[in-house]
Ligand binder design. Structure first.
Ligand code: GDP
Ligand code: IMO
Ligand code: MG
Length: 431
């Protein structure tokens, strides 16, 4: 049996339970790597009576697996410092032997955060509902070749020409919002202070990862957000500013596409979304309320209430296809316990036509009417189940129907927030 790498990605609009699954898989991996996004992510891990909340650090860090932040991540150095501090208080020591950060990561700076908030506030009903953490503006500066990167922290005295370009761009934008220009002195001072926190972890991580691969080590890639938030494949413009599909694991770490291995899509047994944008199966009734309460659907990052709805097989089938998913981890099955009836969206109606995919245009996405099939629920509890045998027959029927509709097999099932409450159906590391 060949042991493969595993790439974990979100199959819906984020918050599918990626952190829990990555933490569970990490004990069998040698390296865990983040490859896109930033501290807009919020991954909750429950181990015994401890709860850990991670935004920027790879979820392998809690179990002590070597954790790497790849070049595709946008890094807020102050958020990094605070998160390392919080974990240290919880007894997780994070030294350079445990964490490496790509020296090519672009930094999220205070003016990125400002711009994110200013733009959202000025957009009225058109706002995206971002996490206001500066993710979009930081990626814009990366592509605009204005970014300050981790390696620049060791060369602050040579930043002059780069700062000229940044200020030329941002001061004009800031003036439009009635804001003062960037204070270059203050910025350099603050960067000088935070450099001490970041630089000890800075490395050419592509090299670490290549060496690990050459020695047959197992790499676990940890995606953030989800396919429906992908800047190309998601519900544009209500998306994040990175590609969240598995292919990004290659460009965002410096490993070629063959390194991705088994692509494990994390899929929630129902649907949630935080922020604005279309959501065909959203429930604004008592069932939606119940899913939110039983599933504790509040954002880890912003504390916002997540919108809830039935499982949308049209969206997930499309996500699995565009992201190249090999198998899924179906999470939060227990949240559906005790429902009389469960619905699955199997198609959309739009102006008299039936669609088997999500249309590209935002207005059409907002107008589609879900076509449902209904199944009986199960009165038994699945919470904490750790084997297939412990699942009620009707829950198994639900899982099998989902597999059929999304054309993708189930590899894992998760039945509670706790690390060990996970059913292994087929081992992603040994496919
Ligand atoms: P991520 O962003 O994909 O890592 O997901 P989040 O951590 O933001 O949100 C998932 C939430 O559901 C967290 O609070 C997890 O502790 C919790 N969770 C994960 N898996 C399960 C599960 O199988 N059942 C229940 N009830 N909760 C789960
Ligand atoms: P994890 O990794 C859910 C959403 C925001 C907003 C949109 C753009 O925990 O699954 P951004 O700040 O990225 O520019 O916001 O994307 N969003 C997420 N929603 N889970 C996440 O991450 C998210 N990261 C961003 O709510 O709608
Ligand atoms: Mg989350």
């Amino acid at each position: 049996m060949k042991l493969a790498n595993v790439t974990v990605i979100g199959g819906q609009w984020g918050d599918e339970g990626k952190g829990k699954i990555v933490d569970w898989l990490a004990s069998r991996a040698d390296v865990v790597v983040r490859f896109q996004g930033g501290h807009n992510a919020g991954h909750t891990l429950v181990v015994g009576n401890q709860t850990y909340k991670l935004s920027l650090l790879p979820s392998g860090i809690v179990g002590g697996t070597l954790s790497v932040i790849g070049n595709g991540v946008v890094l807020d150095p102050w958020a990094l410092r605070d998160e390392i501090g919080r974990l240290r208080e919880q007894g997780v020591e994070i030294g350079p032997d445990k964490l490496q950060i790509a020296d090519t990561c672009p930094l999220i700076l205070p003016f990125h955060r400002d711009l994110d908030a200013l733009r959202e506030d000025a957009s009225g009903a058109g706002k995206i509902g971002t996490t206001r953490r500066g993710i979009g503006p930081a990626y814009e500066d990366k592509v605009g070749r204005r970014a300050i990167r981790v390696c620049d922290l060791a060369h602050l005295g040579e930043l002059g020409p780069q700062l000229d370009r940044i200020c030329a761009h941002h001061d004009a934008l800031r003036a439009g919002f009635g804001q003062p220009g960037i204070d270059r002195e203050a910025l350099l001072r603050e960067l000088g202070e935070v450099a001490e926190t970041v630089l000890p972890y800075a490395r050419p991580v592509w090299k670490t990862l290549h060496e690990a691969r050459a020695r047959g080590r197992r790499i676990l890639f940890e995606g953030a957000q989800g396919v429906l938030l992908d800047v190309d494949h998601g519900t544009y413009p209500f998306v994040t500013s990175s590609n969240t599909v598995a292919g990004t694991a290659a460009a965002g770490t410096g490993l070629g596409p063959s390194a991705a291995g088994f692509v494990l899509g994390i899929v929630k047994a129902y649907t949630t979304r935080v922020g604005s944008g279309p959501f065909p199966t959203e429930l604004e009734d008592a069932v939606g309320q119940r899913l939110g309460e039983r599933g504790h659907e509040f954002g880890t990052v912003t504390g916002r209430k997540r919108r809830c709805g039935w499982f949308d097989a049209v969206l997930v089938r499309q996500s699995m296809a565009v992201a190249g998913v090999t198998g899924i981890a179906l999470t939060k099955l227990d949240v559906l316990d005790g429902l009389d009836e469960i619905r699955i969206c199997t198609g959309y109606g739009l102006r008299g036509e039936t669609l088997d995919h999500l249309p590209a245009h935002a207005a059409d996405q907002a107008a589609v009417e879900p076509i449902y099939e209904a199944m009986p629920g199960w009165p038994e509890s699945t919470a904490g189940a750790r084997s297939w045998r412990q699942l009620p027959a009707q829950a198994i029927k639900y899982i099998r129907r989902i597999e059929e509709l999304i054309a993708c097999p189930v590899a894992l099932v998760s039945t509670s927030p706790e690390r060990e409450d996970t059913i292994l159906v087929r081992d992603p590391f040994a496919h």
